[in-house]
Design a protein around this ligand. Structure first.
Ligand SMILES: [Zn+2]
Ligand SMILES: [Zn+2]
Length: 875
């Protein structure tokens, strides 16, 4: 019985079949105890609210190619999946749901609200995990984790308490970024600077005790002047030396504030005098600390003016600005205004303008942690791929500031600190606290805040393995081998995992960090909802096949390089899958149940034909190239080698050549095809499993079959050069046939000049291939070519050959045809040359049009050259 597969390749049908079976067979499950070497990656946990986008698709393709190859190579491979609770993002989603019911989270209260979020998570969260299966990602689902799992929550508390005990976590009143909409503190990274058209206002501040003497300060936020506690100039600024030690009267508030000098004041900005508002500006906050200035908060958490704002209290910021400006104007203190474009920080989640506010929050003193993480990368204990990303990492790490980790949210890990209402004691504890250890009071409150989401994801490489317990998994799988991530979360995530890993595990969390680019549209534009150019990965997987999408991403995605993905790319890799399918159908025509996969030693012992030795040698080289490339994380090179081998050598030549002797070559054919499927499997998991199951093979699934390794004994330089010579001869004859317009149905004679007896023997052995592939009727081997007229000559691999044309073509008609073609081409050349010599055209027409014309001119000139060649052949 012959193996059979459907005539047409239907990726959807094939792809639906395998994943569940793989999962049920636990092929992706890493062993707790294994003599095999470990290979470990943790998945960047997608948000529980997320759904698959092209960034994930690229990230997962890279992960999966690497994981599947390592598994096949015999590593105890763990790719650990999971999700992030995504504090602010998830809370926002559930709050939106509630709003539809006319409720706010405050109507529910904290406990009920958190319950509701869990409920939402069970019902709607984790769609992405199903989508991840759809694209073939071979993760170990038995080890799936969630950042709010009991185990991971315990790790979070442990880390918090230890850092607190070492003085690396502290609570303090600091200037932080506040989102008035989300009502929470944000870390510096969650604040996105965006350019805004604004106005620079010049305000006159009267000098105390001097008649009609003012300094002018420039500000984009006049309403914050209510909280000014100084004005400052650069100590090098000669213009204001005379006011040193004096004071000014703050307009509208009539407060006396000092005139100070500080080197951070820019001489060129505005008038060189700046107002200092320590409670509402980060630079001013630091200046205030240096000079012992008071901090007056005039803006509250709802972005309204506080009691401290005197007559403006209660106003929102826009209204306050209007009133402040009107009052200044009325008093003649608004000197002038000028337009200014500058960056204003916006909330990463809701895009509201972020307010710098003084607030009591929790912070990580980050410098000591950062120093170690810098050293680890300097020493090469963790390497970046490509290496230039290490610079980005260093730059941020060397300028790092304390990390504000408390968030005024309800969804997240609640800060493990308790306060005693009776004696004011603060207790930081691993276990919940019910009684004050100092005064035994039961009036105990837990801190209301939760931790920044990135606090728990920073522990991901070890919290997921069971830390703080010394589990078997932790021993077996930490440090992990490789982290694959996009460059936009190097700071949010990679840097924090480095710091926490070194601190709590005494070792780097991963040995290498592979940075992916981002996926752009075909015009190299960033995908965005507003541009309407967002590509849905599942939609293109349905249309082109998941294997084709994965192959396209692997083929185009060099490390750290952005990918412009077009439908043409997807089309061409769908065609690749179809090519594989059709090759399999050809093979299946010659296979029956009694056929089995030969071993390599069987092949080596048998008497192999030249083409068989050639294809085995080429397979060995492709195997070597693919392994070398993927091992160095150059998946794009690996994909290129497989594609070239399969399409241009195996299909274009080998399958065509063995049509002459399919039975004789069957063992090699089966061996090469089966090996190629294994070589390709990490890139195209579905189609390779489908076909592998249908060809003779050893084992249960291609997922756990061995990955091909180079066997140097298969390399055969001589077979390669001989087979290539025959291919070149065939190629030259095909060229002559097409240039001379020889009827496709007619065969031609071929004369080759060869004196070397070995060559003569080769050509005579190989003549059947030449007959078949170039439609040659006879090969005559001569010591020298006749040089006669009416013969088309060429050189292949150093051999001269000729195709006698006599009787094959009507010489007169062919000559006339060639002449006519030449005239036609020449007319085109004239027209194009005329056009391109006109400056009016070259300067005014769109660049692409000019380029297109130039390209056509080159084409026509080439054509004329070829036609002239043909004419010469006719004598
Ligand atoms: Zn916000
Ligand atoms: Zn107490």
């Amino acid at each position: 019985m012959k193996a059979e597969i459907p005539k047409t390749y239907n990726p959807q049908e094939v792809e639906a079949r395998w994943y569940q079976w793989w999962e049920s067979k636990a092929y992706f499950r890493a062993a707790e105890h294994s003599p095999k070497p470990p290979f470990v990656m943790v998945m960047p946990p997608p948000n529980v609210t997320g759904s698959l986008h092209m960034g994930h698709m690229l990230n997962h393709t890279v992960h999966d190619v690497i994981a599947r190859r390592k598994r096949m190579q015999g590593f105890n491979t763990l790719w650990l999946p999971g999700m992030d609770h995504a504090g602010i993002a998830t809370q926002n989603v559930v709050e939106r749901e509630l709003r539809k019911e006319g409720l706010s989270r405050h109507d529910l209260g904290r406990e009920k609200f958190v319950e509701r979020v869990w409920q939402w998570k069970e019902e709607y969260g984790g769609i992405i995990l199903k989508q991840i299966r759809r694209i073939g990602s071979s993760c170990d689902w038995s080890r799936e984790r969630f950042t709010m799992d009991a185990g991971l929550s315990r790790a979070v508390r442990e880390v918090f308490v230890r850092l607190y005990e070492e003085g690396l976590i502290y609570r303090g009143k600091r200037l932080i970024n506040w989102c008035p909409r989300c009502h929470t503190a944000l870390s510096d990274l969650e604040v996105i600077p965006q350019p805004v058209d604004s106005t620079l206002y010049y305000i006159k501040y009267p000098l105390k005790g001097r008649e009609n003497a003012f300094v002018e300060v420039a500000t984009t936020r006049p309403e914050t002047m209510l909280g000014d506690t100084a004005v400052a100039v650069n100590p090098k600024d000669e213009r204001y030396k005379k006011y040193k030690g004096e004071a000014v009267i703050l307009p509208l508030m009539n407060r006396e504030i000092p005139f100070i000098e500080d080197p951070v004041v820019e001489l060129e900005f505005g008038t060189g005098v700046v107002k200092v508002t320590p409670a509402h500006d980060p630079a001013d906050f630091e200046m205030g600390q240096r000079h012992g200035l008071a901090q007056i908060s005039v803006i509250d958490e709802n972005a309204r003016i506080t009691e401290e704002g005197g007559p403006y209290r209660g106003l929102d910021l826009a209204e306050a600005r209007k009133r402040v400006l009107a009052d200044l104007e009325a008093q003649g203190l608004l000197a002038r205004t000028e337009p200014l474009k500058h960056n204003v920080g916006h909330c990463q989640r809701c895009h509201t303008v972020v307010e710098p506010l003084l607030s009591t929050q929790w912070f990580v003193q980050i410098k000591p942690l950062a120093d170690e993480a810098i050293t680890a990368v300097e020493q090469g204990r963790t390497e970046f791929v490509p290496p230039n990303w290490a610079n980005t990492y260093f730059q941020w790490m060397r300028n790092i500031r304390d990390w504000c980790i408390s968030r005024q949210l309800w969804w997240g890990h609640r800060i493990p600190a308790w306060y005693c209402d009776d004696c004011g004691e603060m207790i930081v504890s691993r276990a919940d606290v019910e009684r004050c250890p100092k005064c035994s009071s039961g009036k105990i409150r837990q801190d209301q805040d939760v931790l920044d989401t990135w606090f728990s994801s920073g522990l991901w490489p070890f919290s997921t393995l069971g830390w703080p317990d010394q589990t078997e998994d932790l021993k077996a799988f930490y440090p992990t081998t490789l982290l694959v991530t996009a460059y936009d979360i190097i700071f949010f995530w990679v840097a924090r995992m480095m710091m926490f890993g070194l601190k709590f595990m005494n070792d780097v969390p991963f040995k290498a960090v592979y940075i992916t680019g981002i996926v752009l549209d075909a015009e190299r534009q960033k995908m965005s909802k507003s541009k309407g150019n967002v590509v849905d990965p599942l939609e293109i997987c349905d249309r082109f096949g998941t294997d084709a999408v994965r192959f396209a991403l692997a083929r185009k995605g060099a490390p750290g390089t952005d990918i412009a993905l077009s439908e043409d790319d997807l089309d061409s890799y769908r065609a690749f899958a179809t090519k594989i399918w059709n090759a399999a159908r050809f093979i299946f025509r010659h296979v029956d149940e009694s056929d089995r996969l030969p071993t390599l030693s069987e092949l080596k012992q048998s008497d192999l034909l030249l083409v068989d030795r050639w294809i085995l040698s080429r397979l060995a080289r492709a195997t070597e190239e693919v392994n070398r490339s993927v091992e160095q994380y150059n998946l794009h090179e690996g994909a290129r080698h497989i594609y070239a081998f399969f399409w241009h050598e195996f299909c274009d030549w080998y399958l065509e050549m063995i049509k002459l002797h399919p039975e004789r070559s069957k063992p090699v054919l089966l061996y090469v095809f089966e090996s190629t499927l294994r070589l390709l499997h990490p890139f195209m998991p579905f189609i390779t499993e489908e076909l592998w199951q249908n060809v003779p093979h050893r084992g249960e699934s291609i997922v756990i079959a061995p990955y091909p390794e180079l066997d140097p004994e298969l390399l055969d330089e001589r077979a390669e050069s001989q087979a290539e010579l025959i291919q070149e001869i065939v190629g030259k004859v095909r060229n002559i046939r097409s240039e001379m317009n020889i009827d496709a149905k007619r065969t031609v004679p071929l004369r080759i000049a060869a004196a070397d007896p070995e060559l003569t023997r080769l050509l005579s052995d190989a003549r059947e291939y030449i007959f078949k592939l170039a439609q040659v009727s006879q090969v005559e081997i001569v010591p020298q070519l006749s040089g006669g007229k009416l013969a088309a000559q060429a050189v292949a691999g150093g051999l001269a050959l000729e195709v006698p044309l006599e009787g094959l073509i009507d010489v007169e008609a062919e000559r006339a045809r060639l002449k006519k073609e030449m005239e036609k081409a020449q007319r085109q050349i004239d027209t194009l040359e005329r056009k391109l010599s006109q400056t009016s055209f070259v300067d005014q027409a769109p660049k692409e049009v000019v380029e297109e014309n130039r390209r056509r001119l080159t084409d026509y000139r080439g054509q004329v050259g070829k036609l002239a060649e043909g004419l010469k052949r006719l004598g």
